[in-house]
Design a binder for this molecule. Structure first.
Ligand code: ADP
Ligand code: MG
Length: 410
């Protein structure tokens, strides 16, 4: 083959780098099984996939240090690999991602004329709320949310809503989550009940005054930024509340699609549904059918998928970032309305095999799509928009539900 043609072909091959962090404890951090599966899926589609770290991703040359997987010896192989044309950010913890040297690498990728970099940052629960409140299409799906600032605001919010969830804005996996309710106590006097999520159960305490309640919350939140959010009465299955986890990804055309919807059933004594906290994985159709029947449940799942796409589009638009995937925690209340709880920019592995397979293929196909496209300029509008404060507006919880039902004619 003519040498220049050969060079050209080599250049055109899609090279996907999974970006992670090396903290010196092991070769690199992150879910290595996930990375191996993505490398294999890449092979099936003619895409070279390797892992690299923020230290190794130097954009000045034509090669960098990367890790490929030797299937025969079941070992990682360190070596020189071509500079990627697509970078998938899988830095596993915020504390790593926020390091100045890591930020520098991310920023140089974003500025680079040829490298497509997706999922540049973790989300923050307050920012997500602001982004989604900006659009009439999404604001009604998010429970009423405010920053947790002082006991007066907490008391006011408790007068409007029976129960509230208190959540660290940068939390994950149920860590630091509390639930607070105002209810009638034994002697007909009101009391505050505070549930604190511990390892696999929640610890409950009762307080006769808001000041007492507040001091306990202050102690538990240990200086972290929190939101307070209207608690949604989730649909139940055998007296255990459950919620839905959707994986939303870009496809081969660069359009949002739903790779799958799973369900997580809360542990008996938990206020969250996370598996490590006593929750369990289940089939959404089965769980929903106990309350809404099979037909009703099918409609809810269809609607969940459409809602998830509307939410993903708004998150992407308001963030001004290139996003290739996100997972979402969505609740279904006892009347069948869908609610947004949070989105994750570093989705955990979905154990449901059909979702898992599709999710790997989507990542590879989206990378192929990106590498075949010229890099778009980033929108300058978003930074300014992000700073704007959002007013809590009056809300109609069913507006979007009705809109979607009309659109899909059910
Ligand atoms: N406003 C709410 N109403 C009812 N349940 C909620 C609410 N917010 C959170 N939860 C429950 O707690 C879980 C964890 O909340 P989430 O916002 O996803 O935080 P984390 O980042 O810790 O996963 C949810 O999956 C849901 O089961
Ligand atoms: Mg969650």
């Amino acid at each position: 083959m003519d040498a220049s043609l050969h060079e050209k072909e080599k250049k055109q091959k899609t090279t996907l780098a999974i970006l992670t962090y090396d903290d010196g404890k092991r070769i690199f951090r992150g879910n290595r099984k996930n990375f191996v599966d993505l490398i294999k899926t890449g092979e099936d589609h003619g895409v070279d996939v390797y892992v690299t770290t923020t230290d190794e991703l130097k954009l000045s040359g034509s090669q960098i240090v990367g890790y490929t997987y030797d299937e025969v010896h079941k070992k990682w192989k360190k070596g020189l690999v071509p500079l990627p044309n697509v970078v998938y950010n899988r830095i596993p913890f915020r504390k790593f991602e926020l390091l100045p040297e890591v930020q520098q690498t991310i920023q140089s990728c974003l500025k680079h004329g040829k490298i497509h970099f997706f999922n540049p940052a973790f989300y923050n629960k307050w920012t997500l709320f602001e982004w989604l409140s900006k659009s009439k299409d999404t604001k009604a799906i998010v429970p009423v949310t405010q920053k947790l600032t002082n006991s007066d605001e907490l008391e006011k919010m408790l007068q409007k809503h029976k129960s509230l969830y208190l959540k660290p804005v940068r939390g994950k996996a149920g860590k630091g989550i509390m639930k607070v309710s105002y209810r009638n106590g034994k002697n007909q006097t009101g009391e505050y009940q505070l549930s604190i999520q511990e390892k696999t159960r929640s610890h409950i305490s009762r307080h006769s005054s808001v000041q007492q309640l507040w001091s306990q919350i202050r102690e538990m939140s240990s200086g972290k930024d929190y939101i307070m959010q209207q608690a949604i009465q989730l649909a139940h299955y055998k007296q255990r509340p459950f919620d839905l986890r959707a994986l939303i990804q870009k496809n081969a055309k660069g359009e949002w699609s739903v790779a799958g919807v799973g369900a997580r059933l809360a542990g008996k004594r938990s206020i969250t549904t996370h598996v490590p906290r006593g929750g369990s994985i289940d089939n959404p159709l089965k769980l929903l059918s106990a309350t809404f029947g099979l037909g009703g449940s099918r409609k809810i799942i269809k609607q969940t998928k459409q809602t998830a796409i509307i939410l993903a589009k708004q998150i992407e638009k308001a963030s001004g970032q290139t996003i290739g995937e996100m997972s979402m925690d969505l609740g279904v209340d006892t009347s069948g309305n869908i609610w947004f709880f949070e989105a994750n920019a570093k989705p955990m592995k979905f154990d449901e095999p059909h979702i898992r397979k599709r999710s790997l293929q989507n990542l590879i196909r989206y990378s192929l799509f990106l590498s075949g496209n010229k890099k778009a300029k980033r929108s300058p509008e978003t930074a300014a928009a992000r700073k704007k404060t959002v007013n809590l507006r009056s809300r109609k919880p069913n507006a979007l539900t009705q809109k979607i039902l009309a659109a899909i004619k059910i």
